[in-house]
Design a protein around this ligand. Structure first.
Ligand code: P6P
Length: 337
C-alpha cells in the first residue's frame, strides 16, 4: 500500500515547484491547515457544546453571526498572526481588513482573504459547511500593507483553497500547479493526500441554484434553467438539481462529479450574493486549475478588477461545457447594453 502523504509533507515536496521559494508560502499553508483542524474539532462537536446558534451579533454583511462564525474567524486570524507569514487578513466577518502588526509579521509578504465559515446557517441542521481562502502577495514594498494590496484581481492569486467540514473533512488547494485534495484522518490528526491532481469533468448533469429566486433571475438564467429541465437524451437532459445552500459543498460535489453552480443577480442580491475576494476568486482559481471555468455570466471571474473589500458578484462556475451554455443563454437574453 502506498505510504500516507500528509499535507505538510506534500507542501514541502511541492515547494520545489518554486525555485526561489524560501518556505514562506509553505508555512502559510501549514498555518491555515492547523486552524482548519481546530475549527473542524468545534464544528464536529457543535450541538454537544454551547457553540451552536446565533451569537446575537451582525457582521459587515448585515448577516446574523453564528457563534461558530466568530470562533472560526478568531482561530484563523490567530493562526495567521502567530505563523508570521501574513501581513493582512481580509475576512468576511470584519468590516475592515485586519493588519497583522506583530514582530514576526512585520516583513510578511502574503495577504489572506478568507471566509472563515461559509454556509454557517447550515451548522444547526448538520449540513456541510466550509472555509474558503485566497492568498495574494503584497505589492507595496514599504510600511504597512494597505487596502490596495488587498484589492487585486483573481489572476494575481498565489494560492487558493477551501476546507469542507462534511461527512469527512477535506482541504483542497492550488498554488497554480493543479489541484490536490487532502482528507483529515482524525486518528493521526493529519490531512492526508486522498485526491491527487483533481480535475472537474468537462461536462455534467448537475445544476446547483436556489430556484426560489426564479422570478427575479435574469431572463438568460430562466431560459438556461428550462434548458436544463427539458428532455433530450442526446444531451443527457433533463439534468439533476442539487442545491445544498453551502457553496463549498455544492462546488466540491461538482468538482468531483461535474456540474454547474450558479448564484446570479437576484432581487435581494442585485449585484450577486457571493463576495469576489474571498469566495468567487479562490473558487474560480481552484476550478480553473482543475480544468473548469468561472464567470459572472459574461466576464471571467479572475479578470474582474476589485473596487471594494466586500464586493459582491454573480458566479457561474464548474464544468466548462455547462458554463459555456449558460453564458450563451445570458448573452442571447441580456438586455442590449
Ligand atoms: P441562499 C451561504 O450563505 C452562501 O454564501 C453560499 O455558501 C450558499 O451557496 C449561498 O450563500 C446560499 O444562499 O440565498 O440560496 O440561501
Amino acid at each position: 500500500m502506498k505510504g500516507i502523504k500528509t499535507l505538510g509533507q506534500f507542501i514541502i515536496e511541492k515547494q520545489a515547484d518554486f525555485p526561489y521559494a524560501k518556505g514562506e508560502l509553505s508555512r502559510l499553508l501549514r498555518d491555515i491547515g492547523i486552524a482548519a483542524k481546530i475549527v473542524n474539532r468545534e464544528v464536529n462537536k457543535a450541538g454537544l457544546v454551547d457553540i451552536l446558534g446565533e451569537a446575537g451579533t451582525i457582521n459587515i454583511q448585515g448577516e446574523g453571526q453564528q457563534m461558530l462564525d466568530i470562533f472560526a474567524n478568531t482561530q484563523f486570524i490567530a493562526a495567521l498572526t502567530s505563523g508570521g507569514e501574513c501581513c493582512i487578513v481580509a475576512t468576511e466577518e470584519e468590516e475592515e481588513f485586519v493588519p497583522i502588526d506583530s514582530p514576526v509579521s512585520k516583513n510578511a509578504k502574503y495577504i489572506v482573504c478568507i471566509d472563515p465559515l461559509d454556509g454557517s446557517s447550515n451548522i444547526d441542521v448538520n449540513v456541510a459547511v466550509g472555509t474558503v481562502f485566497s492568498i495574494l502577495r503584497r505589492k507595496s514594498v514599504e510600511g504597512m500593507a494597505t487596502l490596495q494590496d488587498v484589492l487585486q484581481k483573481g489572476t494575481e492569486q498565489v494560492a487558493a483553497g477551501y476546507v469542507i467540514y462534511g461527512s469527512s473533512t477535506m482541504m483542497v488547494y492550488t498554488t497554480g500547479k493543479g489541484v490536490n485534495g487532502f482528507t483529515l484522518d482524525p486518528s493521526i490528526g493529519e490531512f492526508c493526500l486522498s485526491h491527487p491532481d483533481m480535475k472537474v469533468p468537462q461536462d455534467g448533469k448537475i445544476y446547483s441554484i436556489n430556484e426560489g429566486n426564479y422570478v427575479h433571475f435574469p431572463e438568460g438564467v430562466k431560459k438556461y434553467l428550462k434548458y436544463c429541465q427539458v428532455e433530450d437524451t442526446a444531451t443527457n437532459r433533463p439534468y439533476t438539481s442539487r442545491y445544498i445552500g453551502s457553496m463549498v459543498a455544492d462546488i466540491h460535489r461538482n468538482l468531483i462529479k461535474g456540474g454547474i453552480y450558479m448564484y446570479p443577480t437576484t432581487a435581494s442580491s442585485p449585484k450577486g450574493k457571493l463576495r469576489l475576494l474571498y469566495e468567487c476568486n479562490p473558487m474560480a482559481f481552484i476550478i480553473e486549475q482543475a480544468g473548469g471555468i468561472a464567470s459572472d455570466g459574461l466576464n471571467r471571474i479572475m479578470d474582474i478588477e476589485p473596487e471594494e473589500l466586500h464586493q459582491r458578484g454573480a458566479i457561474f462556475i464548474g464544468s466548462e461545457k455547462m458554463v459555456r451554455i449558460a453564458e450563451q443563454f445570458m448573452a442571447d437574453y441580456s438586455p442590449v447594453q
